[in-house]
Design a protein. Structure first.
Length: 286
C-alpha cells in the first residue's frame, strides 16, 4: 500500500467511524467500565476467500493504537467454518468501536474475493481473465477493486480519468461509431500522457466499422452471445485486445471464455455480491 492509498484508507476509516459513533457509543459507555480489558476473535462462519485483513488491522490501529492484533490467516487464503482469522486484545470500548466497521469491510471484500475466485477457477485453462467494472458502491471502489484482485481477477479502469472507453451513449451522442473513434484519437493526441482507447460494439456491423477506422487498443463485445463472440474474435484476428461484457454469469462464463476472448467483464463481481459470513466474538480478560 503506497502513501496515497494509505491516506485514502485513513480518510475512509475516519469518515466511517464518525458516521457510526457520532457523539459516542452510549451502549458501551452505559454497560462497561472505562479501562476494562478484553479480547475478541474473528471467527469465519462460511467457506470462502479472505480479503480485507490489511484494512481491518488499519481500523483497529486508527481507533486505538494500543490494541494488540494477531493475524492467523493471510489475504487471499481459503477459509472455512470455524477458522479464526485474527485476535485483538485491549480496551473493550475500543474493540467495540471498531467492530462493525471491521466486519463490514472484511465481509464485503471477502464476498467479492470469493465470487471472483470461483470465476477464475471456472476459466482455468482458457487463457481468458475476468475483469471488474465501475459498477461499485460509491466511495468503496478502492476496496471492492482490491478484493477482485485478491480473488485473482483483473482491475479494469478505476474511473473515467484513466482510460477512454467509448460506450453506446457516447457513440449515439457523437454521431456514430466511426466519428466517436476518430474524435477520441484526435483528443488523445492532445494529452501529455499515454491513454488507451476501448470501444464498445453492439453488433458485427459496428465491429467492422471500428476495424476499418483503427486506432483502438481494445474492443468490448457488448451483449454478444458466445457464438457471436466467436465470430467477432475471428474478425478481429488479434488486431486488438478483446473483451466480452453483458449477460455473463458464473454459469456461462466458461462458454464465453471458450469463444476466445481475452477478457470477460462482470459487474456482478461488485454490485450484487453476497458478503461472507463472519463474526467478532468477545472474551473478558481477568
Amino acid at each position: 500500500m503506497n502513501q496515497e492509498e494509505k491516506e485514502r484508507l485513513r480518510a475512509f476509516i475516519a469518515a466511517s467511524l464518525q458516521e457510526d459513533i457520532g457523539e459516542g457509543d452510549h451502549t458501551s459507555l452505559s454497560t462497561i467500565p472505562i479501562g476494562k480489558l478484553g479480547e475478541a476473535q474473528l471467527i469465519i462462519k462460511e467457506q470462502g476467500i479472505l480479503a480485507g485483513m490489511e484494512e481491518a488491522t488499519a481500523v483497529f490501529n486508527q481507533v486505538d493504537e494500543t490494541l494488540e492484533i494477531q493475524t492467523f490467516i493471510g489475504e487471499g487464503q481459503q477459509v472455512g467454518i470455524g477458522d479464526i482469522a485474527l485476535l485483538v486484545k485491549g480496551s473493550i470500548h475500543s474493540i467495540l468501536l471498531a467492530e462493525r466497521l471491521v466486519l463490514n469491510i472484511l465481509q464485503r471484500m471477502s464476498g467479492i474475493a470469493t465470487v471472483t475466485h470461483r470465476i477464475v477457477d471456472a476459466l482455468a485453462g482458457t487463457g481468458t481473465r475476468v475483469l471488474d467494472t465501475r459498477k461499485t458502491t460509491p466511495l468503496l471502489r478502492f476496496l471492492e477493486k482490491k478484493a477482485v484482485s485478491i480473488g485473482g481477477g483483473v482491475n479494469h479502469r478505476f474511473g473515467l480519468y484513466d482510460m477512454i472507453l467509448i460506450k453506446d451513449n457516447h457513440v449515439d451522442y457523437a454521431g456514430g461509431i466511426k466519428e466517436a473513434v476518430k474524435k477520441a484519437n484526435r483528443y488523445r493526441e492532445t494529452l501529455n500522457k499515454p491513454m488507451a482507447i476501448e470501444v464498445e460494439v453492439r453488433n458485427l456491423d459496428e465491429l467492422r466499422q471500428v476495424l476499418d477506422v483503427g486506432g483502438v487498443e481494445r474492443i468490448m463485445l457488448d451483449n454478444f452471445n458466445p457464438s457471436l463472440v466467436r465470430d467477432a474474435v475471428k474478425l478481429i484476428n488479434g488486431q486488438c485486445v478483446t473483451e466480452a461484457s453483458g449477460g455473463i454469469t458464473e454459469g456461462n462464463a466458461r462458454e464465453y471464455a471458450e469463444a476466445g476472448v481475452d477478457y470477460i467483464s462482470m459487474g456482478t463481481l461488485t454490485h450484487s455480491v453476497k458478503s461472507l459470513d463472519m463474526s467478532l466474538k468477545a472474551k473478558l480478560l481477568d
